[in-house]
Design a protein around this ligand. Structure first.
Ligand SMILES: [Zn+2]
Length: 261
């Protein structure tokens, strides 16, 4: 695995009380030079492109580029920019929204939110921590079981999806662990793994379940991810193994460490 090079922010909103924020959403041909054509027009008009997202998939004819721009101090209006954008040969369609509530742009132009092609929603790590803590407070070990069982089902369901994509066994396991990085769950690392006996050790740096409680707890905090691993392993290797969190960042250790089998 390569080193982590930086953070990734999913664009939701942008606030600039002294700015003139506009969000553009452009449907573009999926061909070389399409982005360059748009960005060079914007550069000529003095438009600075801020946060946004791009969605271009291999083999698809069209994709989308959406971004926020601050038009303050420019002598072009959003309407002018839109008109010019629509004249470009690589642009199929385009639209924009203006900021409201004192220059607040919330991305209301795009729904649903897709992650790996599926309708998805995002949780803040702190929101998860509040919800999980509340469950544990209300139901004690029963709360831990609920989280574990949720993880188990999520792991089974996702392993089935990855198998459908054509991956199996240890490769599928690697794919699922690597995806956790892209999804913001943490940075898993296989220390050792015996595919035949479904045994091994996995460490996870910055695990979402445990990192909010760093150094504050006597016991390990991972219930959901522990269950998730059980579900994934069961689906990929046909064996329900025990997964134990033997070290945890919540207990003051550097990473969370899971013993499989
Ligand atoms: Zn942990």
């Amino acid at each position: 695995m390569n080193a982590i090079t930086g953070e990734k922010e999913i664009f939701v909103k942008s606030h600039s009380p002294n700015g003139l924020l506009v969000e553009f959403s452009i449907c573009l041909k999926n061909i070389p030079g399409a982005l360059a054509e748009v960005s060079s027009l914007l550069a000529k008009m003095g438009v600075n492109i801020l946060s946004g997202f791009m969605n271009f998939k291999p083999g698809e004819e069209k994709g989308r580029w959406a971004f926020v721009a601050d038009l303050k101090d420019l002598d072009v209006s959003a309407e002018d920019i839109l008109k010019r954008l629509k004249e470009l040969s690589s642009v199929s369609d385009a639209d924009f929204i203006q900021a409201k509530y004192n220059s607040l742009i919330i991305d209301e132009m795009h729904f649903p939110l897709l992650v790996m092609g599926s309708n998805s929603l995002l949780f803040k790590v702190d929101s998860w921590a509040d919800m999980a803590s509340h469950l544990l407070q209300c139901f004690g070990t029963g709360g831990a079981v609920i989280l574990y069982e949720m993880g188990l089902k999520a792991g089974e369901a996702h392993a089935k999806d990855v198998i459908k994509e054509g991956f199996s066994g240890k490769v599928a396991f690697d794919v699922i662990l690597s995806e956790r990085i892209a999804l913001g769950w943490g940075i898993p690392k296989v220390i050792n793994f015996d595919e035949k006996n479904v045994e091994g050790l996995i460490s996870v740096q910055g695990l979402f379940e445990c990192i909010p409680f760093k150094g504050k707890c006597k016991d390990g905090k991972s219930h959901f991810f522990r269950g998730y691993l059980v579900g994934v392993l069961k689906q990929l290797f046909g064996k329900k193994v025990k997964v134990e969190e033997v070290e945890c960042v919540a207990k003051g250790e550097q990473n969370c460490l899971f013993k499989l089998g």
